[in-house]
Design a protein. Structure first.
Length: 108
C-alpha cells in the first residue's frame, strides 16, 4: 500500500494538469504582421457566456477574421477595438479583473 500512494498522487497530478490544460484552451489567431495571438477561448466562454458578443461580428470558423478582413467585410483591428478592448475596459470600469487593453498584452 505504501508504494501505491505515490503512484496515486502522481496519477492525480497528471490528471489535474491535463484537465487544467483543456480548461485553458488556447486558439491561435493570425494577426498579420504582429504575429499570432494565443487567445484563451475557454476562459472567455466561462466569463462572457454569450457567444454572440464576439461571433455576431465574425463566424466561429477558423480563420474567419482574416477572411472577413481580406473581403473588406471587417476593418483591420476592428475586432480588437470593437470587441476585445471595449469589453476589457468595461470590466476595468466595473472594478473586475480584465484582460489586456494594450497591443503588447496579446501580441507578444
Amino acid at each position: 500500500m505504501k508504494k501505491e500512494i505515490p503512484i496515486i498522487i502522481l496519477l492525480f497530478f497528471i490528471f489535474a494538469v491535463i484537465s487544467n490544460a483543456k480548461n485553458n484552451e488556447l486558439i491561435d489567431i493570425d494577426s498579420g504582421k504582429k504575429g499570432t495571438v494565443s487567445f484563451p477561448h475557454k476562459n472567455h466562454q466561462k466569463i462572457v457566456k454569450n457567444c454572440t458578443k464576439c461571433h455576431d461580428l465574425f463566424s466561429q470558423k477558423k480563420g474567419d477574421i482574416q477572411s472577413q478582413i481580406s473581403k473588406n467585410k471587417l476593418k483591420k483591428k476592428q475586432v480588437m477595438y470593437d470587441i476585445c478592448i471595449s469589453c476589457h475596459k468595461s470590466y476595468i470600469k466595473d472594478g473586475k479583473n480584465s484582460g489586456p487593453v494594450r497591443c503588447s498584452g496579446c501580441h507578444k
